[in-house]
Design a protein around this ligand. Structure first.
Ligand code: V47
Length: 383
């Protein structure tokens, strides 16, 4: 058998040093394990440093998953439940408000809200969660509902994405999280989540959100049935929308956790795979300011190491995370601020608390206010 010539990092290195964009073939080559992981990481680290200096970002946040009852059956998901499943739950207004109060008491700047698509709940139930929390706790930034939920709201209301987003924004929605992206290529998407919002719908929601001045994040679920071609395709599609709108803030590669899922026969990605994914993402997504190492799913050690492989952000202190813990994540449920700061410092970075929109946070205990923008300015809205 004739083996393809060993790929070389040198042409990529020259381009990165010169600030020239990588093309699809170069991007795909970076996944080849014959490309030295640590050299790749060092190159991604140069880009991180160019964009973010020595800053290592984190925030103080809380998760809220108002229900796990879901009409969809994504093969990778351990969180969803059927209506009559003993695990199934739906939170009432009091519980949701209690979660808001707990978040404020812990000094959180952000609440990350996503959940199942409950076929007995109407759109107003979801809208009301935003309104309720925003009215009671206006200081909390509500990063809520992915295109999967927005697409479901469209199905329920027969209204446009724009109308729904305007209403949610006016009720207190601050930005959109990056979930529901999984893998965009239909060869994979149709096998892991065939029923939920398709790739065109995912992009339509983000494009519309950006045009309304709402920022958003993007994710990629890796380490299951996808390959290097699919991951490259995923990153290039995101890069293209970012060229158009500039509305994405951060990219978050999500390592697949197989426990309790219909893909439980697959081994979870190794630390080497996660670090390579971080580095390739940083190198390909040249128009994203931030790449996040979400410690909950990477594990604390790999997340810390990722700060030298292109990542500049560890996400937050996080409390009440369910999606990964149901899928076997063994990370703690919450990290203290001191712990997260120590992780960043040990990795040689200066810890900087940010709010959701990447403003520096000025803090006195649980009291805080947003300071200067750390990058860019507001996104121009044209509705
Ligand atoms: O879309 C679900 C993923 C995502 C599993 O925007 C799984 O700041 C691994 O999007 N193993 C939701 N992953 C989480 C998410 C997120 C997380 C942190 C920060 C932000 C942000 C967004 O979780 C889903 C799906 O891709 N997921 N099940 C699993 N078993």
């Amino acid at each position: 058998m004739i083996r393809a010539a060993t790929p070389s990092l040198e042409p990529v290195r020259a381009k990165v040093e010169a600030g020239v964009r990588l093309d699809a073939a170069e991007a795909e080559m970076l996944w080849d394990e014959r490309i030295d992981l640590h050299e790749l990481g060092a190159l991604a680290n140069r880009v991180r440093e160019r964009k973010n200096g020595n800053r290592g970002f984190y925030n103080i946040n809380t998760h809220l998953n108002p229900t796990n009852v879901c009409v969809y059956r994504c093969t990778f998901c351990a969180f969803r439940a059927d209506l009559r499943d003993p695990r199934g739950y739906v939170m009432g207004d009091e519980q949701i408000l209690a979660r808001g109060q707990e978040a404020v008491d812990a000094g959180s700047t952000e609440m990350h809200i996503v959940g199942g698509l409950h076929h007995q709940k109407d759109y107003d139930w979801y809208l009301n969660i935003i309104r309720l929390l925003h009215d009671h706790y206006p200081c909390l930034h509500l990063k809520a509902w992915t295109p999967v939920e927005i697409n479901w709201f469209q199905h329920l209301t027969k209204r446009s994405v724009r109308e729904i987003l305007v209403e949610l924004r006016d009720a207190g929605l601050g930005s959109l999280p990056g979930g529901g992206a999984e893998i965009f290529h239909p060869e994979v998407r149709d096998r892991i989540c065939e029923h939920k919002a398709d790739t065109a719908a995912w992009f339509d929601v983000h494009r519309t959100a950006h045009s309304l001045g709402l920022r958003s994040n993007a994710t990629m679920l890796y380490g299951h049935i996808e390959n290097a071609f699919h991951r490259t395709d995923h990153l290039l599609r995101l890069r293209q929308l970012q060229d158009e709108t500039g509305g994405f803030q951060t990219f978050i590669p999500l390592a697949f956790h197989p426990d309790n899922t219909r893909l439980s026969h697959i081994h979870k990605p190794t630390a080497a795979m996660s670090l390579r994914t971080m580095a390739v993402s940083r190198l390909v997504l040249d128009n994203f300011d931030h790449v996040k190492a979400y410690w909950i799913m990477l594990g604390i050690g790999t997340a810390q190491a990722a700060l030298a492989y292109g990542a500049d952000d560890l996400d937050g202190t996080v409390r009440h995370e369910l999606i990964y813990h149901d899928a076997g994540a063994t990370t703690p449920e919450v990290l203290s601020v001191e712990h997260i700061q120590r992780l960043i410092r040990e990795a040689g970075r200066e810890p900087v608390e940010r709010d959701t929109l990447y403003h520096a946070v000025e803090r006195d205990g649980t009291a805080w206010r947003s300071g200067a923008a750390l990058q860019g300015g507001p996104l121009a809205a044209h509705d």
